[in-house]
Write a protein that binds this ligand. Structure first.
Ligand code: WAQ
Ligand code: MG
Length: 631
């Protein structure tokens, strides 16, 4: 730049009813002032945000600017905002910044600001003199801007590179993070002197108007004013600014796990964080599916101990190799007899039973009809089968019928539904479901995980409840009312033979521990001898539903599962925490277990609970709901 030539700065600002629409600035040689002013005005008049009713172009001398070489620009591809923020975090952490999560969290506050947040990088103290407006970097341009073919629209990249170059060269500033506030511009960047200008191709979803800038400061408080003065007044010309971003994507080793970290942040922000822990013993649990209280029963424990003494702690191999022990066969015979079918097959978990049975029964070209609220293990079985899946509206058998018609004839068609739905506690109209399947030649399957031991006078499940026939495939679990673990299918001998030969989760998995099979067998015996247990749990659930209704919280019930609807995910977590402080363990059930905005408390009733426990819980829920309504 020839310092003899006079330079001028031009600043354009356009607004409509005092609302900012667009702004731009240039530093150009004297002879270009008029043309540049014209360009800025036409840019102001044709902005996508609307026609201005006020345009101001301020022209001042800008002699002796500081010349700075443009930061080196690189691009990092991010497919999603989660991935993008993961890269931001990684870059900042590698540059020695601590408290990176908190820094990024502050973008929630930059959105209404016209300028940038000036943040102490270590204490996170906000240093900008005007918090509403923020600090604006001005009086800067690319050194050759007057020679470029003037774009009428904004060149996000060049303008941002010029700004970032000035910002990171400002005394006291150690870095910058930027997210555009343009709803359609999702690329943002991180800049430091060492990293240069690192573009990240996705920091938000298209259409999101959020945006902002954070300037990271390190230094004494006394020198903040010097920094602000430099940003706002020092004339800066940036040399070597490319007019378009680098096309070659930075391939330097990106930690492939950093993206996971970004995703975890997103989960935290959405109030969906979960972790495993041992239930604190001082809490009273209203969360277990141990509906009959059998998991603590001394007879089951004794049966398990005896089986361990006889058969050891592990079965040693898969069922078809050498893993089958007498307790497995005993249990399968017992299940078939209890449910009134020819045969039964047991898997190590209910999840494996659903995944393995469904994927064996249906394949490519077949059709599966699945209730939209079916358990995840059914969903996964459908996916694994590679059949075409038709999801029908919850408990809407007219919709099921329509979907069957829509699918047309196939080699095989299978309709599958939870008997009692795990998160709502409601159940399918089984006689009609069976009739619909029979009339259309569709294989019928129900999952009795939450029905066995609870529904029907003697706990035999939903068929007993309705006094109707059996589905073709009657699946259930050993882990809920039966107090153990495992999954089963009760069906005809032919279907069971087929599953033993075709279900991959049966064939390629170690046989369940013989002790578990022995304990489950014992649970069935107890239930046969004392069917009255079933009524105990159902009466307690009905009593609890009445207690909630008295406290202004009507709920639906009939099974052992009582959902107390909350809606908002974060509030549901807050209610659950408030209950914990009062000594009750009642989990908040949130997305993805239930739909977004349908978060709830899921109270599971057990025959073991006493009336006073139920009253205390109903009171506590009412209080916790009141408490959280205020925030
Ligand atoms: N000084 C300080 N902060 C500013 C300034 C400034 N001169 N201009 C804008 N901001 C703040 C303000 O809060 C805006 O809401 C926010 O930054 C975003 O501004 O492809 O377009 O003009 O390499 O929307 C970056 C990626 C584009 C470009 C940035 O920012 C690329 C962009 P925007
Ligand atoms: Mg903008």
């Amino acid at each position: 730049m020839n310092n003899q030539r006079r330079l001028f700065s031009l600043k354009m600002r356009a607004s409509q009813q005092n609302r900012h629409i667009s702004g731009a600035e240039r530093i150009v040689p004297e002879e270009c002032v008029a043309a540049t002013a014209g360009e800025l005005v036409s840019r102001a008049m044709s902005h996508s945000k609307g026609q201005p009713d006020f345009v101001n172009v301020k022209i001042e001398s800008a002699d002796q600017p500081m010349e700075l070489p443009a930061l080196t620009a690189t691009t990092r591809e991010a497919a999603t905002p989660e991935a993008g923020w993961g890269i931001v975090k990684q870059l900042l952490a590698e540059s020695g910044f601590r408290r990176v999560d908190e820094i990024i969290g502050l973008f929630s506050q930059t959105y209404p600001m016209r300028g940038a947040m000036l943040l102490d990088a270590d204490t996170l103290e906000r240093l900008e003199p005007d918090r509403e407006r923020g600090v604006r970097a001005t009086y800067m341009d690319a050194a050759d801007s007057s020679k470029r073919t003037a774009p009428t629209a904004k060149n996000h990249f060049s303008e941002a590179l010029v700004l970032a170059t000035k910002v990171v060269n400002t005394p006291g500033i150690v870095g910058e993070i930027c997210m555009s506030d343009d709803p359609d511009y999702v690329t943002g960047y991180v800049a430091t002197k060492t990293l240069g200008y690192v573009r990240i191709t996705c920091l938000k979803r298209r259409g999101d108007p959020a945006g902002g800038r954070i300037f990271l400061y390190r230094g004494s408080k006394e020198r903040v004013s010097e920094t602000v003065e430099f940003l706002q007044c020092r004339r800066v010309l940036v040399t070597g600014v490319p007019s378009s971003p680098p096309t070659k994507t930075e391939t330097a080793a990106v930690d492939p796990l950093s993206e996971l970290d970004g995703e975890l942040d997103e989960i935290r922000r959405a109030g969906l964080w979960r972790s495993v822990r041992v239930s604190p013993p001082q809490l009273q649990s209203f969360a277990d599916n141990d509906y009959l209280g059998l998991s603590e029963d001394p007879r089951l424990k004794a049966a398990a101990v005896a089986a361990i003494a006889e058969f050891g702690t592990g079965s040693g191999a898969s069922r078809l190799v050498t893993g089958t022990k007498p307790p497995h066969l005993q249990l399968e015979r017992h299940l078939a007899a209890f449910k009134g079918t020819e045969d039964a097959v047991v898997w190590a978990t209910g999840y494996m039973a659903n995944v393995g049975a469904i994927s064996a029964l249906a394949g490519k070209g077949d059709a599966i009809f699945s209730d939209e609220l079916n358990h995840a293990s059914i969903v996964d079985g459908c996916r694994l089968s590679r059949a075409e899946v038709f999801i029908y509206r919850h408990n809407d058998l007219d919709d099921l019928s329509a979907k069957i018609a829509q699918a047309g004839p196939r080699r095989r068609r299978l309709a599958v539904t939870d008997a009692v739905f795990s998160m709502d506690g409601d159940w399918v109209d089984l006689p009609r479901f069976l009739e619909l399947c029979r009339a259309n030649g569709v294989i019928s399957m129900i999952d009795e995980a939450h029905a066995t031991g609870v529904m029907g006078d003697t706990g035999r499940g939903l068929c007993e409840h309705f006094g109707c026939g059996h589905p073709d495939i009657l699946m259930g679990t050993l882990s809920k009312a039966l107090g153990c673990e495992g999954g089963y299918v009760c069906a005809s001998r032919m279907v069971c033979d087929y599953l033993r030969n075709r279900s991959r989760s049966f064939i390629f998995s170690t046989a369940p521990c013989p002790a578990t099979a022995a304990a489950a067998d014992c649970a069935l015996t107890i239930l046969e001898e004392k069917p009255g247990l079933v009524l105990v749990v159902r009466n307690k659930a009905a009593a609890f539903a009445a207690l909630l209704a008295e406290r202004g919280m009507p709920v639906q019930s009939g099974s052992a599962i009582i959902p107390v609807m909350v809606g908002d995910e974060k509030r549901a977590s807050a209610v659950s925490q408030a209950l914990e402080r009062r000594g009750f363990l009642v989990p908040a059930i949130r997305y993805p277990t239930v739909a977004r905005g349908q978060a709830r408390l899921r109270v599971a009733i057990s025959a073991r609970m006493e009336k006073k426990d139920l009253e205390a819980l109903a009171d506590a829920i009412a209080e916790a709901m009141r408490e959280t309504a205020q925030d």
